[in-house]
Design a protein around this ligand. Structure first.
Ligand SMILES: C=C(O[C@@H]1C=C(C(=O)O)C=C[C@H]1O)C(=O)O
Length: 360
């Protein structure tokens, strides 16, 4: 016979008590693992182990919970377990409500200490100087291409990449009024203005476009002037009490941004193989015919897939370039190690930016 509401709620309360006991048992076990790791001098946070935990549970999941729900729930459980040791301090381009913050929460879960910064340079500086344990910076957008400042900073910095996050980026037009009338200026980060230029040309051709340090900063300013609008996330809208005057105004419905998680090598050594890994490199080759072709040959020869190839001027004034290359796999796999070794022997400059579990 079907249970009534009261009986169902009593059953749910009983399950919640069981879950609570199990979660605390899990937290105590994670704490013991932490003690063991500290005793042997290794770092507590292991992103590749967490990626495996989530992947394993998704495989074992009989439903009705969806795979995405399983990931979200366990990311939070593991975040809470880690924070019992010491909350991780994570730097990102602030203020609250930026996509960088969203990426940080996606990667670390919400049991973190927020270190919002005013620029990408400051994010790198905070993580390198130790005022933050990790930094999260955008590296690439599916509409606008690379985030050049982040790539330049990665090249110069002692930080390495230990993880990546890919976020679907939906931009909304946010302002004090719920409609489009009377907007004189639209304030946002240059990347967001560029990702929405088609929509702005069509719907707000007369409005000035003003570049500001972040989208959330644009939203904050729009909250102080009824003739201004910001382009930012829904979260930034609620943070500053703004209406969504227009929903999802990015020109590409599938607009995504990829973020890198960076830290000093002593904060977290390179993650071990998770089974779905990526190596990011930056190299330069001597300026001679065929040199760029040559660096791709070892990858082909050893059967290593390249998922990214970008160039940036080397600023030598000589039309020389740095090449940013991502390959699939982990250097502990012999074919990956052999390909990287051959590639390195051809390069005038070679730096591994990081080895990390591939984001979804
Ligand atoms: C408990 C561990 O340490 C940390 C916490 C984890 C967890 O809560 O499952 C997983 C990996 C580490 O980041 C572990 O390595 O198993």
């Amino acid at each position: 016979m079907a249970k009534n509401l009261g009986e169902l709620r009593t059953a749910i309360d009983a399950v919640d008590r069981e879950l609570l006991a199990l979660l605390n048992r899990r937290a105590a076990l994670a704490g013991q693992v932490g003690e063991l790791k500290r005793a042997e001098g290794s770092t507590v946070f292991r992103p590749e182990r967490e990626a495996q935990v989530i992947h394993g549970l998704q495989q074992a999941n009989p439903g009705p919970l969806k795979a995405g729900n399983v990931a979200t729930i366990w990311r939070e459980i593991m975040s809470a377990c880690r924070a019992l040791e010491a909350p991780q301090r994570v730097a990102y381009l602030g203020p609250a409500g930026t996509f960088s913050e969203q990426a940080a929460l996606h990667f670390f879960g919400s049991s973190i200490e927020h270190v919002p910064c005013v620029s990408f340079d400051e994010v790198f500086h905070a993580a390198a100087a130790g005022t933050a344990d990790f930094g999260v910076v955008p590296v690439e957008n599916s509409t606008e291409g690379v985030v050049t400042r982040s790539l330049d900073l990665l090249l110069q910095s002692p930080l390495h990449i230990v993880g990546e996050v890919s976020l679907l980026v939906r931009h909304h037009l946010l302002r004090l009024a719920p409609s489009l009338g009377g907007i004189e200026a639209v304030l946002a980060h240059p990347q967001a203005l560029a990702q929405c230029q088609g929509w702005l040309n069509k719907h707000l051709p007369g409005a000035e476009r003003r570049a500001v340090a972040s989208n959330a900063e644009g939203a904050r300013l729009a909250a102080g002037n009824p003739a201004w609008a910001g382009i930012a996330s829904e979260r930034a809208g609620s943070e500053f009490g703004l209406h969504l005057a227009a929903h999802a105004i990015q020109d590409d419905a599938f607009n995504r941004t990829r973020f890198a998680v960076v830290c000093l090598p002593q904060t977290l050594e390179a993650p071990r193989a998770s089974g779905r890994d990526c190596v990011s490199l930056v190299v330069s080759v001597p300026n001679r015919p065929g040199a760029v072709h040559d660096i791709l040959v070892p990858l082909k020869r050893h059967g290593v897939s390249m998922t990214r190839f970008e160039s940036r001027p080397a600023r030598s004034g000589q039309w020389e370039y740095f090449f940013y290359i991502d390959v699939q796999g982990h250097p502990s796999q012999p074919h990956v190690a052999a390909a990287l070794q051959d590639l390195q022997s051809l390069c005038a400059f070679y730096k591994v930016l990081g080895t990390y579990p591939a984001g979804e």
